[in-house]
Structure formats: structure tokens, C-alpha cells
Design a protein around this ligand. Structure first.
Ligand code: MG
Length: 385
């Protein structure tokens, strides 16, 4: 039985991971849960999965949890801003699923890998912000880092058993989000409600907005660069509204290998938890005859400027991707609060990237500093707008 820790257990990926575990009896044992919000749900998860240790971020949360768990004395609680990191580092576990949202996910990612565990990575920001640091920790043992994002899980499947020298390039697909076909002028008037209505994937609010701007796809390009050791010139993005083909690997002989499945995150989650085994977690294969046709089109890079910003930040390297990510987190929040238009998100990010002086050495300290600077600069640009 694999002993699993789930960080971000009450979020979209976290709850679906617990659903996978619920349906694959006796394969996994939940040995730790961490959640930053929704403590009512966390109480239910603790009662169902009985993890010996739980991490919450502050005292208020801990008190709520104590009240909700009255009578359950066997659960140990770790409290504090670094509780998730401590859980990842100290627990005796086989695999840690990092499904936290945002740059706060990086320290637990590093702690997981430093303590010799396998990391199922759903927290994008770990690779965006700290890609170099993360990949250094899995040098020579890439199987310790298993991607949970559907596109990267797809590419990992396309590359199984293939020689890396034969790989020419990869394509990751984008559904195009709710604003596919919109012009930049139309995008400037998009409402929060429209942006939150994603046509094919059900996800948390931050990633749903990132999908609407295509920032999410750009972040996935940077992730692919680190995960598969690819140059940015080897990574392409194609719009595919059906979200059936998730990733394609193109080989030297002209062959393209694609992975197809229903847009259901439980599939990459179960694959990551059981890797390299394939489990039956209740997901039906596609019925291609009923589906009829699959369509592909280029990204409108004039309207969706976020994609090229990610390529730019990725190519510049150093602290630029961390700055891009921090500026984006602040801008997405400002959009959700009605302070800026949706097109303001990439505009603010571009302004912050233009002003950034990169650090000469990439370390947790310089990344933290760049992150904090970018958040301040983004807020200034938003306030002055
Ligand atoms: Mg994805």
C-alpha cells in the first residue's frame, strides 16, 4: 500500500485525488493532509480517511478543526505557515501530492524531494518559480517527479520507452477557454463571470482565470521546458477546443504520438499516484465514432498576449519566471476584485517583467526577493492605472 500525503486536500485536485483513493481500495493509505481553507470539508476528509497527521496554516483554523473533530483524539495537528512543508519533510510517506495553489507550493516541493520521497506535482508554480532548484534535486532519478497536469502527464505517456535523442518537439494543447475567437477589444470587456465559465475543464478560480487568458498554457510551456529538458523552440501550443488530445510528441522520423482521453483530472491524478501502473478509477475511454471530429487551430497571439510573455520570461530564465508568476497572481486577484480588465492581467505582467533586474544567482532567497518585489511592482502598476 502506498502511503500518500496530500497538500491542498480541499482544493479541486485534492478532492479529486481523494476520490481516486476512495475508488481504489487498499492501494493507498492517506498518512497526511494539509489544507489552507475550507476546514469544514477538511473535517469530513479527516473523519473519512483518518490520516494520523494534519497540517493547517494558522491557529484560527486549528481551533475550528479541533471543534469539528471533537472526540477524535488520534489526529496530530501541525500549525503554522510552514506546516505543509514540515508535513512533506517529516512524515514517513512514499508519495506527496502537491496540489497547493501559488508560489507557496515551492517550499513543500523542495522538502518532498530533499527527504527522498516521490513528488506528484500539481502545483505549477513549483516549476515556474523554482524550476532549476527542483530539477537539480531529481537529477539522475526523474521518476521521482511525476507531473499531474494533464498536458505533461500526456507527454510523459507519449515518451514512455522512447529514446530522448529521437524526440524532436512537443505540442501541448489548449482548449482556448471561454474566450476562444474573441478579439483583444472584446477581451477588454470580458466579465469575471464569463471568465470563470470554462467550457471543458472544472478547476479552481485562479487556474480558471489563467486558462481564460492563456497564461495557464504559457506556464505549462515553462513547466514542459523543465520537466522534459526541452528548449523553448521545441515546444508549441495548439488550440484544441474538445480537450481530448492533451499532448503530442513529434519524433525525428516525422511520427507524432498523441495521448487522448476525456478531460477528467482523475486520470492524470491516478496515473501519478500509482506510477508507472495504470489503475481503474472509473474513467471510461472515449467513444471516437460518437465524438466524430477533433479540431485544431493556431493560438491568436495578438489577442492572447500572455502566451508569448511566458515564452519570453522562460527564455530569459533566472528570476524572470518567478516574477512573471508573482505579477500574474496579483493581477488575477485584481481582476477578480474588479480593479482591472482581463486584458490588464498580461499588461501588468509585461510591465513588471520590463522593470525587473534579474538576480545573478537563483536560490530560495533570491527567488523570494524577486517574488516580493514583483508583487509590490504589480500592485503599484495596478494602483496607478
Ligand atoms: Mg493543464
Amino acid at each position: 500500500m502506498r502511503r500518500v500525503v496530500i497538500l491542498g486536500s480541499t482544493g479541486s485536485i485534492g478532492t479529486q485525488a481523494l476520490d481516486v483513493i476512495r475508488h481504489t481500495h487498499d492501494r493507498f493509505q492517506v498518512v497526511g493532509l494539509a489544507a489552507a481553507s475550507n476546514h469544514e470539508l477538511l473535517v469530513g476528509q479527516i473523519r473519512e480517511f483518518m490520516p494520523p497527521v494534519v497540517a493547517v496554516s494558522d491557529e484560527t483554523a486549528a481551533n475550528e478543526l479541533h471543534a469539528g473533530l471533537a472526540g477524535l483524539r488520534s489526529v496530530e495537528m501541525i500549525v503554522g505557515a510552514e506546516a505543509a512543508e514540515q508535513l512533506a519533510r517529516e512524515l514517513d510517506a512514499d508519495i506527496v501530492l502537491n496540489a497547493m495553489v501559488g508560489a507557496v507550493g515551492l517550499p513543500p516541493t523542495l522538502a518532498t524531494l530533499q527527504s527522498g520521497k516521490t513528488l506528484a506535482l500539481a502545483n505549477k508554480e513549483s516549476l515556474i518559480v523554482g524550476g532549476e532548484l527542483v530539477m537539480d534535486l531529481v537529477k539522475g532519478e526523474p521518476e521521482r517527479l511525476v507531473p499531474v497536469d494533464s498536458e505533461h502527464a500526456a507527454l510523459a505517456q507519449c515518451l514512455r520507452g522512447e529514446s530522448r535523442e529521437d524526440l524532436k518537439s512537443v505540442i501541448i494543447t489548449a482548449s482556448g477557454g471561454p474566450f476562444r475567437g474573441w478579439t483583444r477589444e472584446e477581451l477588454a470587456k470580458a466579465s469575471v463571470k464569463e471568465a470563470l465559465a470554462h467550457p471543458t475543464w472544472k478547476m479552481g478560480p485562479k487556474i480558471t482565470i489563467d486558462s481564460a487568458t492563456l497564461m495557464n498554457k504559457g506556464l505549462e510551456v515553462i513547466e514542459a521546458h523543465f520537466l522534459f529538458g526541452l528548449d523553448y523552440s521545441q515546444i508549441d501550443v495548439v488550440v484544441h477546443p474538445e480537450s481530448v488530445v492533451h499532448g503530442i510528441a513529434t519524433f525525428a522520423d516525422g511520427s507524432m504520438v498523441a495521448q487522448l482521453s476525456k478531460p477528467d483530472m482523475r486520470l492524470p491524478i491516478q496515473l501519478a499516484l500509482a506510477y508507472p501502473e495504470r489503475l481503474q478509477a472509473g474513467i471510461e475511454p472515449l467513444d471516437l465514432a460518437t465524438l466524430g471530429s477533433l479540431t485544431f487551430e493556431p493560438v491568436d497571439r495578438e489577442a492572447f498576449t500572455a502566451l508569448d510573455l511566458c515564452f519570453k520570461a522562460g527564455r530569459l530564465g533566472s528570476t524572470f519566471p518567478a516574477v512573471l508568476n508573482a505579477a500574474n497572481e496579483v493581477s488575477v486577484m485584481a481582476f477578480l476584485e474588479g480593479k482591472i480588465a482581463m486584458t490588464g492581467i498580461p499588461d501588468v505582467v509585461e510591465g513588471v517583467l520590463d522593470d525587473h533586474e534579474p538576480a545573478s544567482v537563483v536560490s530560495v532567497v533570491t527567488l523570494d526577493r524577486a517574488d516580493a518585489w514583483a508583487r509590490r511592482r504589480a500592485a503599484e502598476i495596478i494602483d496607478s492605472g
